[in-house]
Design a protein around this ligand. Structure first.
Ligand code: JCE
Length: 287
């Protein structure tokens, strides 16, 4: 997108500063996987992504993080980014013209495989599989909404993929974007050490992870499971797998059914709700 020249008194102009801001400019390697985030709250980034493994990898230039301030693409004295919902109702909706200019600016300098995603509770569910697919892309543009969401027409025009990180409503897309980026960045080669990368294999089997223990073997009168002290590596692996199956069956009947289908076993009918499912609100009346 070509920008109009900056005018010192131009109240209708787009700000000349409306460009991606690299949060680690001096270290980003050319061609590194890049997350470009369009948001009204760029100060929310890197947030948790600046810590630990993702933060180290960001500083090492193994991936790049850029933000675009959505308000920079608003025009007029008040630089409004939202307006009232057409047809009535509570709250405000993000304007299609402002979001369109921001997404045009975000598309500048991108090439190859670079999906554009809008985080929304109406989206297709985010998954480990989607994280793997995004990690193989050249980058991703993430649109973070606020208020009641974004005018549908700009999402249609720009073929934006709507993605949800879970069935709950957040105040805005920024935390959801950080979840998606975190899950993706840890799959980029060399971001995780070898010790951590093994953990990945377990989830891709479609089961929940087995419980973990560390020293001391007796803590507060509670013992570590004896099998883990036996030194029988095959027995330990067998025990952990059984734990994974039991946990998955108890907490995640959806994953359990899919696992049984994959491994050619029969699902069991008429199971009662477990404590975990009751706490999760399963079996509650929907309103
Ligand atoms: C968001 C809102 C729709 C009313 C922008 C919520 C994603 N998995 C997710 N949970 N919540 C979100 C999310 C992402 C972006 C926005 N809202 C709030 N959304 C209807 C209110 C606004």
């Amino acid at each position: 997108m070509s920008r109009p020249p900056a005018r010192s008194h131009g109240r209708l102009s787009i700000r000349a500063s409306a460009r991606p801001r690299d949060l680690m400019a001096e270290t980003a390697r050319p061609g590194a996987w890049t997350a470009r985030v369009v948001t009204l709250f760029p100060e929310a980034f890197p947030g948790a992504l600046g810590l630990s493994l993702t933060g180290k990898a960001l500083a090492e230039g193994l991936w790049a993080l850029e933000t675009l301030q959505l308000r920079d693409f608003a025009t007029g004295k008040h630089r409004n980014v939202d307006d009232t919902p057409t047809g009535g109702g509570a709250g405000m909706v993000m304007r299609p013209d402002v979001v369109d200019r921001a997404l045009a600016a975000a598309a500048e300098g991108t090439s190859g495989d670079w999906p554009v995603i809008y985080l929304s509770p109406r989206g297709v569910p985010f998954s480990q599989g989607m994280a793997q697919r995004l990690a193989r892309a050249d980058g991703v543009t993430l649109l973070c909404g606020r208020f009641e969401g974004v005018d549908q027409r700009v999402l249609d025009k720009r073929r934006v993929l709507e993605v949800s990180i879970g069935d709950y409503v957040l105040t805005g897309g920024e935390l959801a974007a950080q979840v998606l980026i975190d899950a993706t960045v840890r799959l980029i080669p060399r971001v995780l050490g070898n010790a951590e990368s093994a953990v990945e294999e377990s989830f891709s089997e479609g089961l929940l992870e087995h419980p973990q223990y560390t020293r001391p073997n007796d803590w507060d009168g509670r013992q570590v499971p004896e099998i883990l002290l036996s030194g029988h590596h095959a027995k330990i692996a067998e025990w952990r797998h059984a734990q994974s199956e039991a946990l998955t069956k108890e907490r995640r009947p959806d994953l359990w059914r899919a696992y049984l289908a994959r491994t050619g076993r029969d699902p069991v009918e008429g199971q009662e709700l477990s404590d975990a499912q009751t706490i999760a609100g399963k079996g509650e009346q929907k309103d």
